[in-house]
Write a protein that binds this ligand. Structure first.
Ligand code: ATP
Length: 306
């Protein structure tokens, strides 16, 4: 028995580790082919996306039964709109995206897309409809072209390059002697975090999903790179129902709605202007971030003066 238990237990461990990393959701599902914990219901139908409206209705969730993470969370992302989720580290922001992707089933409440409970549709169709730009993209040890085409295998070379252009990475790729045939990944050219994220954006543009989850990088990028990535993200999210998990508040001032999550609850929500006027947690996070940015700029200027 123990002989069987150990490898199974180990598999479980590996699976959980990968799931936690959420490095590249689609890669993971292709590799594991089947999720051992979440199953399609008998007779589950394919998700039918009309506008792509997302609703969380009184959602409660815990990874471990004795430690609730999301507590009675309700919100809506109307079709084609952008909702940002902000809040302190560990508040439950990324958990929201894991639940929408149905990595886990919730303990109570309902998550729907265009009125269909995500537990009642096939996982394949659900994940097909959602594009994910993760914080940290895993690249395959292959060419840049392969890594972008991964978004849609039947895309032509022209489509791959057009997606790269929209993602603001085409210029960078063309500077390299082998251009799109440059090998990247562990054994090839190492790309910076910002470059990898733009590859992920290009993949997503190619995939063209109706729903989008953008998990912003926590690491501070220089302001030129941040602007380029922001432009690329704005372009990919236009007309798509988008959830942005934001760490840099400056990137979400234009969001249609901002949810402020603390300890698993939405404690306030509204537009940037409304939340500032309210003077709550968002306003204090905003002021703190502005002070930090100013201090960084002052330090950078002092460095230039030396
Ligand atoms: P950050 O801004 O740091 O990325 P977050 O708001 O996205 O944080 P989550 O990743 O959603 O936070 O995690 C919320 C809480 O759930 C954290 O306390 C975390 O420790 C816990 N948690 C996350 N994954 C698991 C897991 N697989 N098992 C148990 N607890 C988990």
């Amino acid at each position: 028995m123990i002989q069987l238990y150990v490898p199974l237990n180990f598999m479980g461990f590996v699976y959980r580790e990968i799931k936690q990393a959420v490095a590249d959701l689609e890669a993971m599902f292709r590799l594991l082919a089947e999720d051992p914990e979440i199953e399609d219901r008998p007779g589950a139908k394919a998700l039918e996306v009309s506008g792509g409206a997302i609703r969380f209705e009184n959602v409660s969730f815990a990874y471990d039964p004795d430690r609730p993470i999301l507590k009675n969370v309700s919100f809506e992302v109307p079709a084609g709109k952008t909702v940002a989720i902000v809040g302190p580290s560990g508040a439950g922001k990324s958990t929201v995206s894991r639940l929408l992707y149905r990595f886990y089933d919730i303990q109570s409440g309902r998550i729907t897309i265009d009125g269909q409970d995500i537990r009642g549709v096939t996982q394949d169709s659900l994940r097909e409809a959602i594009g994910m730009v993760p914080q940290d993209t895993v690249l395959f040890n292959d060419t840049v072209r392969y890594n972008i085409r991964y978004g849609r295998w039947d895309a032509t070379d022209q489509e791959v390059e057009e997606a790269a252009r929209l993602a603001q990475i085409d210029g960078f790729i063309r500077q390299m002697p082998k251009g799109y045939e440059t090998e990247v990944g562990e054994r090839g050219l190492k790309l910076s975090g910002g470059e990898k994220q733009r590859v992920a954006i290009a993949r997503t543009i190619l995939k063209g999903p109706p729903l989008l989850i953008l998990d912003e990088a926590t690491s501070a990028l220089d302001s030129a790179t941040e602007k380029e990535i922001q432009d690329a993200l704005d372009r990919v999210s236009r007309g798509r129902t988008t959830i942005v998990i934001a760490h840099r508040l400056s990137t979400i001032v234009a969001a249609d709605d901002i949810l402020v999550v603390e300890a698993g609850r939405i404690i306030e929500h509204g537009t940037h202007g409304e939340l500032l006027a309210r003077g709550g947690l968002y306003a204090s996070l905003w002021n703190r971030q502005r002070e930090a940015d100013e201090a960084r700029e002052t330090l950078a200027r002092m460095g230039e003066d030396d």
